[in-house]
Design a protein around this ligand. Structure first.
Ligand code: FMN
Length: 245
């Protein structure tokens, strides 16, 4: 099937190099308003969005997020915070004595936050503005809290950087996805057999030059999963999770 929205979803890819053209105030507003229209659990909108406009703060964020300099060059930079404070504060303001937020509240807030972020991505795309998620915003909890003045029960879910793609970025080949059977199970979960797993990855690696399962997976494991930044992210996430124990 094909239509304008399906075509846009298929065409979208991350953009990490931006032209000098700004994101206008009107475009920024359209992106934010689209984010607000996303579904949220109980319509609670358990998120707060930080619009990072201070160039020095953008530089600091680039540094704290695993030293990714393109962050500081973004024309619009939004940090999406899972916010488990707004409603309990309202409960208290209304004279209630609510329980502390727990893991369920955090998981729902994270879902709200990332769904809103993805609406922002799609809205930007419709305006010719590219974007890239920055998951490394979960790292360095202590410094991040201090830098962004984050109180307890407020957790950075993701950051989005926006700008218009350079022609090189427009031409870049979009990374391939797993085939459907690798990611869809009927009714209940089933582990892929090792043979299926190898085939899933090999088919996905079709446009990786000289793809070879063991070599590729070993290198990926070292570069990503076992990397310092990945270990730091897990440590840092544990700091935020302590609020929800
Ligand atoms: C939660 C999340 C975190 C990500 N973090 C980063 C990041 O820190 N730096 C980066 O350059 N790209 C990041 N990305 C972008 C992914 O690398 C990208 O989406 C993936 O490679 C697929 O490519 P595509 O978006 O072009 O289709 C992130 C994406 C997601 C969804």
């Amino acid at each position: 099937m094909e239509n304008e929205i399906l075509r846009a979803l298929h065409a979208r890819k991350s953009v990490r190099v931006f032209t000098d053209q700004p994101v206008t105030a009107e475009e920024r507003e359209a992106i934010l308003q689209a984010a607000f229209q996303a579904p949220t659990a109980g319509n609670q909108q358990m998120y707060t969005i930080l619009d990072i406009t201070d160039p020095a703060l953008k530089e600091r964020m680039a540094d704290l997020c695993d030293h990714q300099p393109f962050i500081a060059k973004a024309k619009l930079c939004l940090v999406f915070l899972a916010d488990c404070r707004r409603w309990p504060r309202a409960y208290r303001a209304a004279g209630m004595e609510p329980r502390d937020p727990g893991p369920g509240d955090l998981l729902l807030a994270l879902a709200d936050t990332c769904i809103a972020a993805q609406n922002a991505v799609t809205a930007a795309e419709s305006l010719g503005i590219g974007s890239c998620y920055i998951g490394d915003v979960l790292e360095n909890a202590e410094a991040m809290r201090e830098t962004l003045h984050l109180p307890a029960h407020v957790v950075p879910a993701c950051m989005l950087v926006f700008g218009r793609p350079t022609s090189q970025q427009q031409e870049r080949v979009k990374p391939a996805r797993f085939r459907e059977e690798a990611v869809v199970c009927e009714n209940v979960y089933r582990d892929r057999t090792e043979e299926e797993l190898r085939e899933d990855f090999t088919l996905r690696g079709a446009n990786v030059p000289e793809f070879q399962f063991d070599r590729y997976i070993q290198a990926f494991c070292k570069r990503k999963y076992e990397s310092d930044f990945s270990r730091e992210m897990s440590r840092s996430a544990g700091v935020y999770l302590k609020d929800f124990e």
